[in-house]
Design a protein around this ligand. Sequence first.
Ligand code: SF4
Length: 84
Amino acid sequence: MSRDGHQAERLEVDPIACAGHGLCAELLPELIELDDWGYPLLANGGEVPPELAALARRAADACPTLALHRLRVAAAAGVGRATP
Ligand code: SF4
């Protein structure tokens, strides 16, 4: 948890599982854009600002191949998977 009480969150794409559907970029254009082949590029290293956390969850849940992962970033405990 960060000093201001927010749990930092980060998105990560599994490049093996990603099929380049582009749905994530449609649902979360604030953080995800597509490259020339339709594969996602994450802005800001995938870091999710607290105000976009709900949209990031929706995008990850909607990924047809489960390639978009939400990771919880805790300063002391390292990185772990975010709970749904
Ligand atoms: S929705 Fe999933 S499979 Fe489609 S581009 Fe995004 S991460 Fe890849």
